[in-house]
Write a protein that binds this ligand. Structure first.
Ligand SMILES: *[C@@H]1O[C@H](CO)[C@@H](O)[C@H](O)[C@H]1NC(C)=O
Ligand SMILES: *[C@@H]1O[C@H](CO)[C@@H](O)[C@H](O)[C@H]1NC(C)=O
Ligand SMILES: *[C@@H]1O[C@H](CO)[C@@H](O)[C@H](O)[C@H]1NC(C)=O
Ligand SMILES: *[C@@H]1O[C@H](CO)[C@@H](O)[C@H](O)[C@H]1NC(C)=O
Ligand SMILES: *[C@@H]1O[C@H](CO)[C@@H](O)[C@H](O)[C@H]1NC(C)=O
Length: 374
């Protein structure tokens, strides 16, 4: 063969093998919104134009939209679609004479339409919002986008209204928008609504300095304009509330040795009550032991002083009684008496009795003077 013939043969062979190796065009959905779908296809050698058409799956022979792309494009969008509709998309690779070289189809649902703004956002506590919205037909779930100017950005998937948005920061402003989700994707976010979480609970500490009072103290809560402190006695329903702008509060006039539960919350400058603290248990200090009496008891040849007092029944928890004599003797008891021993004759004992509970000791009883066998 001459050189020219060889060349023609090789060109023919090359073209033939390319055509033989070239597989059909392929198309896939890259992304879908409620109005626009982006498609990606494989390039087809010899194509001068790629033509894309979209038709509803319900009437595939009536395309609603066409777009043409040049030979170097393998990804393009087709718009003017309607929300939440299943479409079939056909890509045709055309040559210079508009002959179809290859074609392929794919289908997808368009995303739901944009939703109404969120109806209500209520702070549930300092870190949680309760969100209510109008559901969207066709939506399989919803995405609530939470963001703020401090760079916070989060998207929570929720299934229905109302929904809780958790793990936020206390007393912080957020913007919330909602998107409907279906199998195709998500709608555009609704226009945002602003909401602010409430103040965190005061970290209260309690103590009982006397048998009839409890002091509650707490570090200031930033931005708080006042605090509400509640108290109630266990086994009674009478709850009392007090407001203060201080960071401590003393409850006077309480019952000795009784259990109280205390809680507090902080109010913000917007006049909103914040998250309530957990209840803290605090017992008042016990009453001073009353009707203290002393007598001599013998244990074998050893003499002792039996000290006894009256038990108060209306008390909470264990009370330990501590008896001391200025003659360097002491005894403890959780019942109504104990024995100081050993004692000898001719001793003068000044005896004090104190009751203690978790809150601390009572005032000591007034001293009882006891003189052993003279
Ligand atoms: C405490 O303050 C709040 C808000 O100002 C008010 O609504 C409430 O009645 C007050 N409570 C008491 C016990 O004063
Ligand atoms: C209570 O608060 C007031 C004012 O904030 C302060 O003067 C006082 O010392 C506090 N008392 C206690 C027991 O912390
Ligand atoms: C407070 O005391 C009550 C009664 O004894 C008990 O049931 C409760 O668990 C206590 N709460 C705390 C926080 O200790
Ligand atoms: C409580 O303590 C006070 C002194 O702080 C004392 O005068 C009073 O008698 C005590 N009350 C009781 C019931 O013990
Ligand atoms: C009674 O209790 C006190 C305080 O817990 C302790 O110091 C003392 O040793 C006890 N006395 C006796 C006799 O156990």
């Amino acid at each position: 063969m001459g050189a020219l013939k060889w060349l023609i043969f090789l060109v023919f062979l090359n073209t033939y093998s390319q055509a033989a190796a070239q597989s059909d065009i392929k198309v896939s959905v890259f992304s879908a919104t409620s109005k626009t779908v982006i498609l990606r296809w494989t390039s087809y050698s010899g194509a001068v134009t790629y033509k894309i058409s979209a038709a509803p799956l319900s009437s595939p022979s009536s395309p609603v939209s066409f777009v043409m792309f040049g030979p170097n494009t393998v990804m393009g969008s087709i718009s003017s679609l309607s929300r939440d509709i299943e479409y079939i998309f056909t890509v045709q690779a055309l040559d210079g004479t508009q002959t179809v070289l290859s074609f392929a189809s794919t289908q997808t649902l368009t995303a739901p339409d944009i939703m109404d703004p969120i109806k209500t956002v209520k702070p549930k506590d300092s870190r949680t919002f309760m969100v209510e919205f109008n559901p969207k037909t066709g939506a399989t779930s919803y995405i609530i986008r939470v963001e703020n100017t401090n760079g916070f950005f989060r998207e929570d998937t929720v299934s229905s209204s109302p929904a809780e948005i958790r793990n936020l920061d206390p007393y912080t402003e957020y913007r919330l928008s909602i998107m409907a989700v279906n199998n195709a994707g998500r709608s555009q976010p609704s226009s945002p609504v602003a909401a602010k979480t409430v103040l965190p609970p005061p970290q209260i500490s309690t103590s009982s300095p006397s048998n009839d009072s409890i002091i509650v103290t707490w570090p200031p809560v930033a931005h708080a304009v006042q605090y509400t402190v509640s108290i109630y006695k266990f086994d009674s329903n009478a709850k009392e509330k007090y407001n203060t702008t201080n960071t401590n509060l003393t409850f006077p006039g309480l019952d000795a040795g009784c259990l109280y539960a205390i809680q507090s919350s902080a109010w913000d400058p917007e006049g909103r009550d914040g998250e309530g603290s957990l209840y803290v248990n605090q017992t008042t200090r016990p009453a001073t032991p009353s009707s203290v009496s002393v007598s001599v008891v013998m244990s074998g040849t050893l003499a002792g002083l039996s000290v006894s007092w009256e038990l108060n029944k209306e008390v909470h928890g264990t009370i330990e009684y501590h008896v001391t004599s200025d003659q360097n003797l002491n005894c403890n008891s959780t019942s109504n008496s104990c024995i100081l021993s050993p004692v000898g004759c001719g001793e003068i004992h000044t005896i004090h009795t104190t009751a203690s509970n978790k809150a601390g000791p009572s005032q000591p009883s007034s001293p009882v003077l006891f003189i052993t066998c003279e």
